[in-house]
Design a protein around this ligand. Structure first.
Ligand code: UDP
Ligand code: MG
Length: 320
């Protein structure tokens, strides 16, 4: 029987949202207590903010809370892991602190998880009503490609916004991938998962920390952490190119020997050189990506470093 809920929320420069988010957490805590009888602990992770966010959050939070301050910006994936490492609730909810993840969906997910003991995770799946057609098509292709060779499927458009049982948290924290791709890890750990559809709220303050370039780099990380498909595709293309080259060579030889045709050289040579040169460079870059991942893993540095942990007064007095 679940008795405690830890809410994990990473933040990077969200000072403007601090007061409103603390208010949302208060309301969520009251509702969760009333509906499900859960005691709430809030674990915020300061992912290297430089705008005084931590002070703002500390002033605004009430009840039992912690702010784990990382020594610099390690990225959201690492910040989420820091939160998970500091959690010990029977249930754990991960949400963004920029007010894009609503209380209603949080309550719905918690309700569904509590109602069915056969389920271990309930995650929010973005219905992408807001996204442009091109973006959603790109996302679809990404998931198709990355899921094409797995024993597990990474669900489309599902992020960190989710509730899970302690066993799942334990599984996630036991995976110490240095270059983390949470979407992949959530799927890789398995368990019984259920989706709840939602549309994220508009960002109230500031802008998303994801630039287009970031998104591309992040998708590549997904591949290098979870898929060998790109390498196989390139190897196949290389093989095909080699076969074509041999066939073409035989044809040329045949023509010269039996028909005395002079071989038109330059254009076909150029095509072959540019095509194969391009392919070679692409493959080298791709291998470089995988080597980089291997290198990061083998250095075995910690995923994040904690500077200090602030905590709420009530927490000390109740000894929770
Ligand atoms: N975030 C973080 N570290 C980062 C980038 C973002 O902790 O390096 C936090 C951010 O403060 C927010 C959440 O992660 O609470 C989601 O970030 P964002 O809103 O930029 O992403 P989006 O909602 O566009 O996916
Ligand atoms: Mg956001």
């Amino acid at each position: 029987m679940a008795e405690t809920l830890d809410i994990i929320a990473p933040f990077l420069n969200e000072a403007e949202s601090a007061t409103a988010f603390a208010g949302l957490l208060d309301k969520l805590e009251a509702a969760v207590g009333a509906r499900f009888g859960l005691a709430v602990r809030k674990i915020l992770v300061d992912d290297g903010s430089r705008d005084g966010s931590a002070g703002k959050f500390a002033a605004a939070l009430s009840g039992s809370w912690q702010i784990v301050r990382l020594s610099r910006n390690f990225g959201k994936e690492a910040a989420v892991l820091a939160g998970l490492d500091h959690s010990r609730g029977d249930l754990v909810l991960i949400m963004d602190s920029d007010l894009q993840h609503s209380m209603e969906i949080s309550l719905k997910m918690i309700g569904e998880l509590i109602a069915d003991p056969e389920i271990d995770v309930v995650y929010a799946q973005n219905d992408r009503r807001e996204a442009s057609w091109r973006r959603s098509q790109l996302a679809r292709i990404f998931y198709k490609a990355i899921n094409s060779s797995q024993r597990f499927d990474i669900p489309e458009n599902a992020g960190d916004f989710r509730v899970m049982r302690a066993a799942v948290v334990q599984a996630l924290t036991s995976v110490r991938d240095k270059r983390r791709f949470n979407k992949g890890l959530f799927a890789w750990t398995g368990f019984r998962q259920k989706a709840v559809l939602y549309s994220p709220e508009h960002r109230a303050n500031g802008t998303s920390k994801w630039s287009r370039f970031n998104l591309i780099a992040f998708s590549l990380e997904g591949f290098t952490s979870f898929s060998v498909i790109p390498l196989r595709i390139i190897s196949l293309i290389g093989l095909l190119a080699a076969f074509t080259g041999v066939a073409y060579g035989v044809k040329v030889l045949f023509e010269v020997l039996f028909y005395g045709i002079r071989v038109p050289g330059y254009p076909s040579l150029m095509v072959a050189v540019v095509l194969l040169g391009g392919l070679n460079l692409t493959l080298l870059g791709l291998i470089g990506e995988y080597v980089w991942v291997t290198l990061s893993e083998s250095k075995d540095r910690p995923v994040y470093i904690v500077r200090d942990v602030l905590s709420g007064a009530e927490q000390a007095s109740t000894g929770k």
